[in-house]
Design a protein. Structure first.
Length: 439
């Protein structure tokens, strides 16, 4: 097939000579006076033989349009064949469905906000056993830790220096809580004891008796003068802070109650247990409002969001978010820590942190459930490999510092990297989920 410029050249030659072009010499013609005149040879290139039918009767622009139309039809036909072939290839690869070739829609999953990575800046030693619990002073000037060495130590927040050591428990101190409205600190341990400490006199002023086995968790009500404790006797006991009277005994769990949350509105008490359930309680009637059975393993840690009416729960199978007051399941986190999660905390900047028994310390974006940083704590020299677990973690009142209590008998303090930017520290790659699991 000749291109468009060649065809126009031949068209012009044929119109000029008014003959059918050929490779041989042109025949002679007669003049007006009867003399024979030799006709000049055709100017068509030698070696070509073609015919432009009706060239004398068709104008050049008509022939050009005809050639262009034929070429355009051929291009469209080839494009349609290629498109159809591509569609059939996709269908054969994806399955017999036209939906396989539909336009892919953008994910509606919220994108995570960038957070600066956290780094450890201080290691505090002083305990002689595993550090099991942490509590932060509301004034943000000091914090206290409870340990398996049966002591409670109070540390200066700014310098990390030891200020005071309190003794009184005869077993591991597994839980601590500091009242924001009273000069009191509460502690629980595996010795079945619940103690109230006067921080002005640094001594025990009240004991709450009633637990039948070790106590694992404690929580203060934010507006009422009551405390909630849970333990191995599978109940959550509600105590009057002043009279030491047991107000309620919230029973219903089948195994140890290891995590408790309290809030000023219903449900005022939320408990997590080793029986893999979470119960929402009506504190006035001492009855269960709802039981959440989404987890498959022990719910060892829970944390309430400081602003949203929601909370998160951590288990060995997954970390889940729930909306209150009904306990509506929202979604799982986008990654699995694959460890027994002992503790979790959330600050005002939507940073959630979880600590596992294998020393993993993961930082999450609360809104999207994306893990943007994965740390592995380093055990103190001389510790066993198995002593890298994290038992407790809590943000200070400003949310800018994180304190972790670990199995290597140390307390570690973390803060955000001031020099980090989204360019030099982008964090882990965000992959939105293809589908949202409702369990």
């Amino acid at each position: 097939m000749y291109n468009f410029s060649t065809i126009l050249l031949f068209e012009a030659a044929a119109l000029r000579n008014q003959v059918e072009p050929s490779n041989g010499p042109a025949p002679a013609r007669s003049s007006s006076n009867g003399a024979t005149v030799a006709r000049p040879e055709s100017r068509a290139p030698v070696g070509f033989s073609f015919e432009l039918h009706g060239a004398a009767s068709r104008p050049p622009w008509a022939l050009a349009l005809s050639c262009m139309g034929q070429q355009a039809d051929l291009v469209v036909f080839n494009a349609e064949r290629q498109t159809q072939k591509a569609i059939m290839d996709v269908i054969e690869e994806k399955g017999q469905s036209s939906a396989a070739v539909s336009r892919r829609l953008a994910s509606k999953w919220p994108r995570p906000k960038w957070h600066a990575p956290w780094k450890m800046y201080r290691v505090i030693s002083g305990h002689m056993g595993w550090v099991r619990s942490i509590a932060i002073d509301p004034s943000n000037e000091w914090f206290c830790t409870g340990s398996a060495d049966r002591t409670i130590k109070i540390w200066d927040m700014a310098s990390g220096q030891l200020k005071l050591t309190l003794t009184g428990h005869i077993e591991q101190v597994t839980g601590l809580a500091i009242s924001p409205r009273h000069p009191y600190m509460f502690s629980v341990g595996l010795d079945k004891m619940v103690k109230c400490w006067d921080l002005e006199q640094n001594k025990v002023i009240r004991n709450y008796h009633g637990h039948l086995s070790g106590v694992y968790s404690i929580c203060l009500h934010p507006t009422l003068d009551v405390i909630m404790t849970g333990g191995r006797d599978s109940v959550c006991r509600v105590w009057d802070m002043r009279t030491k009277v047991q107000v309620h005994c919230l029973g219903g769990h089948e195994q140890t109650v290891c995590s408790i949350l309290a809030q000023p509105t219903d449900p005022q008490v939320i408990t997590g247990s080793h029986d893999s359930t979470i119960k929402l309680w009506d504190l006035r009637k001492a009855r269960t409002m709802n039981t959440l059975t989404f987890h498959k393993k022990s719910v060892r840690a829970m944390a309430a969001h400081p602003h949203e009416h929601a909370f998160a729960s951590a288990s060995a199978d997954n970390i889940k978010k729930f909306a209150l007051p009904e306990g509506t399941f929202l979604h799982n986190t986008l990654q699995q820590q694959r460890a027994i999660v002992n503790t979790m905390a959330i600050n005002d900047e939507n940073v959630m942190v979880t600590g596992g028994d294998n020393g993993s310390l993961w930082f999450w974006d609360w809104t999207s459930g994306h893990c943007y940083q994965q740390n592995e704590t380093i055990a103190q020299p001389g510790s066993l490999e198995a002593e890298s677990g994290i038992y407790a973690a809590q943000f200070d009142m400003s949310g800018s510092r994180l304190i972790t209590a670990e199995a290597d008998k140390t307390i570690k303090m973390w803060k955000e990297d001031d020099r980090a930017t989204p360019e030099n520290s982008p964090g882990m790659l965000f992959r939105p989920p293809k589908d949202i699991k409702r369990y």
